[in-house]
Structure formats: structure tokens, C-alpha cells
Design a protein around this ligand. Structure first.
Ligand code: FRU
Length: 301
């Protein structure tokens, strides 16, 4: 097995409290839900989960906690053999999300509570032995530190003659996080953020984003936009635009984390199976659709 055989996912892990209702509740009413459960969530954390379900070796890098509430998250990471050896520790309670899954529309509504939970720093990152990671995936957050982390990967590559693939999950704070794109091979850009920007079509999204990314003399990243039930699109570094149809799920059960599963499918296909861009995005679509057919992530395989 090659030395750089693992993926590193950088971001946060949270508790998702999931409530399943027939239809979205009216404000200020008192109702019973149909069912509920809680699970480990968070973007990079979900990407790690799906990667491990798909059989890709993966480590998670984010702040873990010694608090009682965090124990179940740790146990789940261990059970799935998601590596955490590089993670710093706090004693703070973990962030959590209240999630409502509405059965009639298939929507997932997320209200996230973070309370300034600490984030990993570049200093933490600089202690990691990068030789084992062929792919490092980031959430677009904590911009100053994330930019420095990406920079140290590029410096490491230059020094060692290796090449590490960097991907970015770009979902929030456009102006602040835009600078992160220029160090990436792949940017996965969310439909929700496109809509916040007033971009109405996937093509417009790719074009606007591509023109906003400073080129810095280097190559621009490949932009990938998952576009919900319409499928996904991507624009390569030469400006070629490709459209992909979605796979209709047999039933819509749980849309929470479908975007994260898309990302994991793409990484798995590209990194583990050396698929080309078209095949990898197509596979990512298939994984996202499969995810929606059941609760959680275990049924995806
Ligand atoms: C889904 C998700 C949830 C988490 C929220 C954080 O993409 O990662 O698991 O609660 O987003 O924003």
C-alpha cells in the first residue's frame, strides 16, 4: 500500500438531534414527533463517516472534547476506525444541531448551536505528519488558520516532491472564505450559498465563482456544484462546463448529510479508485441519492 493512503478531513464534529415529523410544525404549537434519534454530525465529520463506510482510510482533524456529552461521539469515531490521533482536546461541551426532517417535503431544517467551541489552529496542524495523507479535505471556516494549513501542505509538497490533493467544502461566508479556493484542486460549492449570492443557475454559479477566484499565477481549481434533485455540475480549470443528472432515490427518507455524502463519494472515487472527473462526479451523485434512501450513513455501501 502506498504511503499516502489516507484522507484527512479537517473541520468540526457535532451532535445532531434529529426529529422526524410528518410536516413542518407551525410556530408556537405543541406537537409530538413520529420518531427521533441523535448521531455524530458536522460536515467534515460526516464526510469521514461516509468515507469509512465506502472503505476509504480516513482520519478526522478537529477539536475533540473530554466532556461527558462528547463520549458518544468519540465512541462512534472509534467504532468506525476513523483516526483521531492528531486532534487537540478541550473540556467544553460539543456543538449541537437541532434537525427537523419533514416527511412530506423531504426537507431537513438545521439549527446549529456552536457557543464559540474552539477550532483547530495552524499550530495544531503543523504537528501532523503529512506523509501519510494523499488528500486533505477542508471545511471553509476559520479562514486565517485554514489558509495557513493549506499553505503548509503546498510547502510540504514542494520540499518532498509529493503532491497532495486539497479539496474545500465551501458553504458559508463567501467574501471571507473566497481566498481559500486558490490553494485547492477541487472546490465543492453549495447551492444554498449560491442562492444567498443571488446566483440562480448552476452555470452562473460556476462562472461567477471562477471569475472571483484570484489565479495567483497557478491553475484555478475544478469547481463542483451539487444541485440537489437536479444533479450536479462542474467546471474544470479550462472553463469546460459539464452537467450531470441526479439519481432518483427510491424513497426520500433522510436528506441530512446528503451533500457531505456527495463529497465523500467524489473523494472515494477519485482517490481510492482513480476515476476521472466525470465518473467521480457521477458516483458522488449516486452516493448522495443512496444516502437519502435511509437514516444515517450505514446503508450507503
Ligand atoms: C449536515 C451537517 C450536520 C450538522 C450541520 C452543521 O451537512 O454537517 O450534520 O449539524 O451540517 O452545519
Amino acid at each position: 500500500m502506498s504511503q499516502k493512503s489516507s484522507v484527512l478531513c479537517v473541520g468540526c464534529t457535532v451532535i445532531d438531534f434529529v426529529t422526524i415529523v410528518g410536516s413542518y410544525p407551525k410556530e408556537d404549537t405543541d406537537r409530538r414527533c413520529l420518531d427521533g434519534f441523535w448521531q455524530r454530525g458536522g460536515n467534515a465529520s460526516n464526510v469521514s463517516t461516509t468515507l469509512s463506510v465506502l472503505g476509504t482510510k480516513v482520519d478526522f482533524f478537529g477539536i475533540l472534547s473530554s466532556s461527558d456529552a462528547f463520549r458518544v461521539l468519540l465512541e462512534d469515531l472509534r467504532r468506525r476506525e476513523i483516526g483521531t490521533r492528531n486532534c487537540p482536546l478541550t473540556s467544553r461541551d460539543p456543538p449541537f444541531s437541532s434537525v427537523i426532517l419533514s416527511q412530506d417535503t423531504g426537507s431537513r431544517t438545521i439549527i446549529h448551536c456552536n457557543k464559540d467551541y474552539p477550532q483547530t489552529t495552524w499550530e495544531d496542524f503543523s504537528k501532523i505528519d503529512l506523509s501519510q495523507y494523499g488528500w486533505v479535505h477542508f471545511e471553509a471556516r476559520n479562514t486565517i488558520h485554514t489558509a495557513r494549513m493549506m499553505q503548509s501542505i503546498r510547502e510540504y509538497d514542494q520540499k518532498t516532491g509529493q503532491s497532495t490533493i486539497i479539496s474545500l467544502d465551501f458553504e458559508t461566508r463567501y467574501d471571507q472564505n473566497l481566498e481559500l479556493c486558490q490553494s485547492c484542486d477541487y472546490v465543492i460549492f453549495s447551492k444554498e450559498l449560491a442562492s444567498d449570492k443571488g446566483w440562480t443557475t448552476p452555470r452562473q454559479t460556476c462562472e461567477e465563482l471562477a471569475s472571483d477566484i484570484p489565479s495567483n499565477g497557478g491553475q484555478k481549481p475544478i469547481i463542483i456544484c451539487p444541485w440537489g434533485s437536479e444533479g450536479a455540475v462542474c467546471m474544470d480549470s479550462k472553463g469546460n462546463y459539464i452537467k450531470f443528472s441526479s439519481y432518483q432515490p427510491e424513497k426520500v427518507v433522510d436528506t441530512l448529510g446528503a451533500g457531505d455524502s456527495f463529497v465523500a463519494g467524489f473523494i472515494n472515487a477519485t482517490f481510492e479508485h482513480q476515476r476521472g472527473l466525470r465518473d467521480a462526479v457521477d458516483f458522488a451523485n449516486r452516493v448522495a441519492s443512496r444516502k437519502i434512501e435511509g437514516f444515517g450513513y450505514d446503508h450507503i455501501q
